[in-house]
Design a protein around this ligand. Structure first.
Ligand code: HEC
Length: 248
């Protein structure tokens, strides 16, 4: 083989390495400018960036302020009963007209309660949720600087007797050490939770008048619930009516 041909072959082989080497550097180095972008797909277009100037408008701003009187979707706050749970200056004692209290609504409330409230207040609302149990353990173990306020039992007399507007407000804005859920839970769902809290409360304090007409109380079967461990007993007045029923 002539030497010349061998050199040409060798040079050609080395030259073949150049494109993969270029591609490898392109892929592995950090660049300030965008990579070569052959198919544009409308990715780069003329536009104004936030806070840029634009002579087209009289005030010279590219960002346009909302037209005066604009109300963002779902932000019309003119219905105090629905949005704040207030009727005049008093907590509402009825559900607002927008809310149909149906079994579906209560189920929705149960679903939301179990997501947003159960971790602290517990499945049945006695203030014994898993977060409370954990925090209580840390406090009792004296872990540095840990303090904890027990979530209220929703069956305490004072809370059972609250107007529903006040419970709605607690969910929306929080109360004392409890944070509000207004930003996370839409207003309709907050009312659904209120409806479910009412159902929960009634479940623990059912009256004879809640029984279907003609029920013979002595024929009812009561099951004793398994003992629950509540580390901090604040539920003094929350006696279980089933126990009472058994005693009487
Ligand atoms: C992170 C824990 C936590 C979560 C989650 C939580 N709460 Fe609370 N809640 C508390 C604590 C703690 C208190 C007692 C606050 C205090 O007394 O300082 C409380 C108090 C309350 C009260 C009593 C208000 C009053 O007037 O005394 C109600 C009613 C209530 N919560 C309902 C709810 C509902 C409904 C949800 C779900 C949307 C919820 N909470 C979610 C911790 C929580």
């Amino acid at each position: 083989m002539p030497k010349m041909l061998l050199y040409i072959l060798l040079i050609g082989l080395i030259a073949l390495l150049i494109p993969p080497a270029l591609i490898a550097t392109e892929r592995s180095t950090v660049k300030k400018k965008p990579r070569v972008h052959l198919v544009q797909d409308m990715d780069n277009q003329h536009r104004y960036k936030a806070q840029q100037a634009n002579e087209f408008f009289e005030d010279g701003r590219a960002m346009r302020p909302p037209v005066e009187g604009t109300v963002a979707r779902n932000k019309l706050n003119d219905d105090a009963h629905f949005i704040k749970g207030l009727v005049g200056d008093e907590w509402a004692t009825t559900f607002p007209g927008q809310i149909d209290v149906t079994v579906d609504l209560i189920h929705r409330g149960q679903n939301r309660f179990n997501i947003y409230c159960l971790p602290c207040h517990g499945e049945a609302g006695f203030g014994d949720g898993i977060i409370h149990q954990r925090a209580f353990k840390l406090v009792t173990a004296g872990v540095n600087g840990t303090t904890w306020v027990q979530p209220k039992s929703l069956h305490e007399k004072a809370i059972r007797e609250q107007p529903i507007g006040q419970t709605f407000n607690t969910i929306t804005n929080g109360v004392r050490t409890m944070a509000g859920y207004g930003d996370q839970v839409p207003v309709g769902d907050r009312w659904a939770i209120v409806a479910y809290v009412k159902a929960l409360q009634r479940s623990q304090f059912a009256q004879d008048s809640d029984l279907p007409a003609g029920t013979n109380r002595s024929e009812l079967q009561f099951e004793k619930l398994p003992e629950q461990e509540t580390p901090d007993e604040t539920t003094d007045d929350a006696t279980n009516p089933q126990d009472e029923a058994e005693q009487s």
